[in-house]
Design a protein around this ligand. Structure first.
Ligand code: ASC
Length: 152
């Protein structure tokens, strides 16, 4: 049976994890910086795979897999940074419809994550053809969300 202090500690951490995302950022600009940073790292590693897909650098199965793993991890990170009230400022391009059409935005994020998961699975096969086939839909998912929810 749980003793009282352990039960209290569990209750405290459960409350901490259920705090709104905004509570994780000291100021709105930090949320913007966080999501942009996550996107930047993700795009960099997508680009490294893209260079192999396009034949600009030789295919290296281990490197492709390592990059796909980073992309997969990063694909889950930006969204906690889309805190209410942090639409487009001079520092960001997030459109207000992210918050007025949140279900569509969340679905677009999920679509990207699903395509990234397929890219990771493809990278695990060590086949450039499989990576090539999975790469296009990742780019399309990135672009679709940017077209709808990012100022140009
Ligand atoms: C990338 C990147 C994007 C998408 C997009 C796909 O590598 O930084 O924003 O792919 O360009 O069209």
């Amino acid at each position: 049976m749980l003793n009282r202090s352990l039960a209290a500690a569990i209750a405290v951490s459960a409350a901490a994890f259920s705090l709104p995302a905004a509570a994780q950022f000291q100021k709105p600009e930090d949320a913007v910086k966080y999501r942009q940073s996550a996107m930047f790292v993700m795009a960099n590693h997508v680009g490294r795979i893209g260079a192999m897909v396009q034949g600009r650098v030789p295919y290296d199965a281990a490197a492709a897999l390592a990059n796909a793993e980073v992309v997969s991890t990063m694909s889950h990170l930006p969204f906690v940074g889309f805190v209410e009230g942090t639409a487009s400022t001079e520092k960001g391009r997030a459109k207000a419809n992210i918050w007025t059409d949140r279900a569509k935005f969340d679905a677009a994020a999920k679509k990207m994550q699903d395509e990234v998961a397929k890219l990771l699975a493809a990278a695990r096969t060590n086949s450039l053809d499989n990576v090539k086939a999975a790469f296009g839909p990742v780019g399309q998912a990135c672009k679709a969300c940017h077209d709808d929810f990012r100022n140009q």
